[in-house]
Write a protein that binds this ligand. Structure first.
Ligand code: FES
Length: 162
């Protein structure tokens, strides 16, 4: 297992979730629950939060893939990059960038279209007919939104909007 001190990652202000600027911090987990390389889903009210201990520090974001909302907490974390279990999208949790577009294709955060693709070595999937194809093509991978994190002793605290 990696042995590095826990840190909270600061993300760019433009990536912070609305309402977090004035939100108060609340303890969501203990450091012992989130060793390096681990991910944890914490539900607060109607928010499902993903805590991830990446090589760039601990981040808190929605436990919803920015593509079609699958829970990233059951994906694979490698360094800063999480692989979504649903359509093979890969997202950098340290920067919010899309590393690999979902297999279904669609629009990126800028609204630029990306075609569908198949995982190398697996047979190409036929495009679904009609409205399904249109829905896939028009689905936009949204920008990731982050909740500020701070470490207080062994406690991981996150600022959540009310
Ligand atoms: S829901 Fe995550 S890549 Fe599609």
């Amino acid at each position: 297992m990696e042995n590095r001190p826990a840190t909270a990652r600061r993300v760019a202000p433009r990536l912070q979730a609305p309402g977090t600027g004035t939100a108060s911090f609340r303890p969501l987990a203990e450091l012992g629950q989130l060793p390096p390389g681990a991910m944890l889903r914490v539900t607060v009210g109607d928010l499902d939060i993903l805590l991830a201990n990446t090589t760039g520090g601990i981040v808190a974001t929605d436990d919803r893939c920015p593509h079609m909302s699958a829970p990233l907490s059951i994906g694979q974390l490698d360094g800063c990059v999480v692989a979504c279990p649903l359509h093979n999208g890969r997202f950098d949790l340290c920067t919010g960038d899309t590393v690999q577009f979902p297999t279904t294709g669609g629009l990126d955060a800028e609204g630029v279209y990306h075609p569908s693709w198949s995982v190398p070595g697996s047979p190409a999937k036929p495009e679904p007919p009609g409205l399904k194809a249109q829905a896939r093509a028009l689905t936009r991978v949204r920008r990731m939104r982050y909740y500020p994190v701070r470490l207080v002793g062994d406690s991981i605290e996150v600022a959540l909007p009310r």
